[in-house]
Design a protein around this ligand. Structure first.
Ligand SMILES: C[S@@+](CC[C@H](N)C(=O)[O-])C[C@H]1O[C@@H](n2cnc3c(N)ncnc32)[C@H](O)[C@@H]1O
Length: 220
């Protein structure tokens, strides 16, 4: 379910900078990923680990949609983690933990759902495979490993996404450069080999990007 404008405003008021005050509701309104993940997780009480959580926006979307499960997230960007911690504190959320951490290192202990939104492209292909393997061990029986990623293909959308990622880097909005985008076949192959059943659907929304939602579920 889409969050109503007054709820987006409520979340925006938790921001600690003027930029974030305008960015947060615009991002939550325009990017279909938060609603799509909320739909996937609704009805489950398993905790959620958000790898590369940025400012923790998924947590706000889930909680304001009534999804009260324990949430943890980490990101390499200290500034974003400080914002995530401050916003969650202002919201008064319990059972929410944000830390600085690197998806290329050892992942924190966790059993539940695992989410990765828009970070695979910043990681070398061989490390992406290790990350998928490590993250999959944290997916509990009945749990989902949900990934949103641009997929490498020959489309115009793909080229626009690469350009967008480089612009984000050059304007210093992102402090990582894109290095490799997985193809649908690669992700499907890796995740199936890890014992998960995989579905991949486009998640374009109103954007020009080649984003897809990959849901890999472990049998209950
Ligand atoms: C496009 S943002 C997405 C943020 C968040 N997932 C969201 O959807 O709101 C990508 C994030 O990945 C983070 N990131 C990139 N490489 C990472 C790594 N190796 N470990 C953890 N976070 C990483 C960046 O710092 C950035 O916050």
């Amino acid at each position: 379910m889409k969050l109503a404008p007054p709820v987006l405003k409520l979340i925006a008021r938790r921001s600690h900078t003027l930029w974030d005050y305008f960015y947060v509701p615009a991002k939550l309104r325009s990017d279909p990923v938060y609603e799509a993940i909320t739909r996937e997780l609704t009805g489950s009480s398993l905790p959620v680990l958000d790898i590369g959580c940025g400012m923790g926006l998924l947590t706000h979307y889930l909680r304001e949609s009534g999804h009260e499960v324990p949430m943890s997230g980490f990101d390499t960007d200290q500034r974003k983690i400080a914002s995530a911690q401050a916003m969650a504190r202002t919201a008064g959320y319990g059972d929410v933990v944000f830390k600085v951490g690197d998806a290329c290192g050892k992942l924190p202990g966790h059993q539940g759902h695992v989410v990765i939104v828009d970070i695979l492209q910043f990681i070398q292909p061989e490390r992406q495979v290790l990350l998928l393997q490590d993250a999959a061990t944290r997916v509990a029986p009945g749990g989902k490993f949900i990934i949103r990623s641009c997929l490498r293909d020959s489309s115009r959308r793909f080229r626009i996404t690469v350009l967008g990622d480089w612009l984000a880097r050059l304007t210093r909005w992102m402090n990582h450069s894109p290095v490799a985008y997985p193809s649908a076949a690669e992700l499907e192959g890796h995740l199936s080999a890890l014992g998960l059943s995989v579905t991949i659907v486009p998640l374009w929304g109103g954007t020009p990007f080649n984003n897809h939602l990959i849901v890999a579920q472990r049998a209950a």
